[in-house]
Design a protein around this ligand. Sequence first.
Ligand SMILES: Cc1ncc(COP(=O)(O)O)c(C=O)c1O
Length: 444
Amino acid sequence: MASRLSHRARTRLPSAIRSLYPAEKLPGMISLLSGKPNGETFPIRRITLDVDVQSATKSTECITLSLEGQDLEDALQYSPTAGLPRLVQWVEELQARVHKLPRQSPDWRCSIGAGSQDLLIKSLAALLDDGDTILTEKPVYPGILPQLRALGVNVVEIEPDNEGVKPSSLAETLTAWWTDESTRALAFPKVIYLTPTGGNPTGATASKERKKAVLDIVRRHDLLLLEDDAYYYLDYSDVGDDPVTRTRSPSYLSMDPSAKNVLRFDSFSKVLSSGMRLGFCTGSPVLLAAIDQDSAGRNLQPSGVSQGVVLAVLEAWGISGFLRHADRIACFYRNRRDFFEAAATKHLLKEPAAARWSTPTAGMFLWIELLLPSPDSFDLVSQRAKDAGVLAIPGMAFLACPRPSPFVRTSFSQVPLELVDEAFWRLRKVIDQAWAESGDARMK
Ligand SMILES: Cc1ncc(COP(=O)(O)O)c(C=O)c1O
């Protein structure tokens, strides 16, 4: 596994102070070690939280939780780089249960980060050197692109269908690597980055069969698959059965329980709070150690207060309560998807149709292909639609190598429902204007 690490990760100096932290816990040890401030000087005496437990216990009440005593001290103080031990343990229990991983295994563990973004960015630095190559979906979550650019990494996009990356395109690209003109001058890929559930921007979700096919190819070429599953708990395709006992869609990690070819990223942002900035990474201890070492030298650790607050909520709910809560959120987004798509259908599919899309079964995005006089949505979305009072993101923003795209990413997570109809009416109006100005005959 160490051979997967970048030169940067292999030569990074460990933090002299943080690497000795575990020794402070040894029985009888007197620590003169760190420059931790004395907690007695901190002015916060208690953090009280009113938490909605409707979804966790089926009651309609809020419960009041307190962070005090040792838990408060731990939250306010510097703490382990990989996360507060009880929170790490909680997410490891969750991963073992949801992804059917062996609980006590040397093959995997979890680290907490300041959002899954933090862990993703650090993992890219831990795996890729200047001149290395990464494979991504086309289009791709743009949050990773600045880091790839900064690292000097080549990005090769793989053709998708409505389940994300297509196994035939992936296999073809890899097999023809040394003969195809577009790839033969590049280093053979080390890593593939995928967002298998409710992808951002496409909303695409990969089925179990699709994941098996992709993972087979990944194994054949010994790639490492970065499974960015920020929308895993927003999969509304099969909510309805008992949230606690139902079998959730199998992740890539569940198909690779020894974590040889998969490093998985989860986020608390979509299910608890995005402002807490907490996410977690699950995979080989060797890779996680490299990510932790980056944290130790960069931001030391994720926020202890955020971790303390989230831990209090999760321990009050238990894993079953968390899963019930997650399903309630998935239903919330499914209802929004239905409402949003109905308005899109009314305005954009009215004859002559002005768009087409695949209905998302997870996440918060409707990725719409606009049928325009020229297949480039950039000007229409970023200028004309904005002037008409509707904001969305042109497809070009999600391409690793910017080029024209007829797509637009629309989000149904937050828009007030009473404004959705008007939003699509405005979008339709600017599309019709573009056709009228072009003088071209419209395709039926
Ligand atoms: C695909 C994807 N990955 C990662 C993230 C980052 O999430 P977090 O808030 O956990 O850092 C996002 C955020 O929107 C996302 O869409």
